[in-house]
Design a binder for this molecule. Structure first.
Ligand code: ZN
Length: 190
């Protein structure tokens, strides 16, 4: 188990466009170790997902998992997903506003995300996937894929007055958001 240091906003690696992983590198010891460390680092930080640039590696690799996460109790479960070279295409223009946090930014804020998206990616075994994601799960995918293009949640916040620290979010915003988003998740199913 190796937990890597999570870099914070201001580190230039978070602003790079990450490079794709070559197909013949997916089985390399470096990529296998990167994936294992991303999983350990995400779980240790109670994150719903993490992208390789967040541990200082500018490669297009993300991992996601939500299992009874104390940070995101309202989130529907996401089985452990490893996505190499992910692509994302909105299926329509339906949007949802989600109050999001980020392991690299000490703030939360309200972001607009597509509700219905198509994702393609290669998994850790080299298998290709083509799937539809909806709701909050789609929001998590969009958050992580944005990291691969150097985009942070603060760039996507439409109204900066929604930014808050975790402490003030808990105090002033959490209850209303969790109520609204729980109803949304029930409606969309994810
Ligand atoms: Zn993030």
């Amino acid at each position: 188990m190796a937990i890597r240091r999570i870099v914070s906003i201001g580190d230039p690696v978070l602003r790079q466009v990450s490079k794709p992983v070559a197909r013949n590198q997916i089985n390399s010891p470096e990529i296998k170790k990167l994936i294992t460390d991303l999983i350990d680092t995400m779980r240790n930080a109670n994150g719903a997902g993490i992208a390789a640039p967040q541990v200082g590696v500018a490669l297009r690799v993300i991992v996601m998992e939500v299992i009874e996460n104390p940070r995101y109790r309202y989130k529907p479960a996401i089985p452990l997903t490893i996505a190499i070279n992910p692509t994302l295409t909105p299926l329509d223009d339906e949007m949802v506003i989600i109050n999001e946090g980020c392991l690299s930014v000490p703030l939360r804020g309200e972001l607009e995300s597509f509700v219905n998206i198509r994702v393609t990616y290669t998994d850790e075994n080299g298998a290709l996937h083509d799937e539809v994601k909806r709701g909050l799960t789609a929001g998590t995918w969009q958050h992580e894929v944005h990291h691969l293009d150097g985009v942070l949640m603060v760039d996507r916040v439409k109204d900066s007055s929604t930014l808050s620290t975790w402490e003030e979010y808990d105090k002033f915003h959490k209850d209303a958001f969790v109520k609204r988003i729980t109803e949304f998740v029930e409606r969309v199913g994810s």
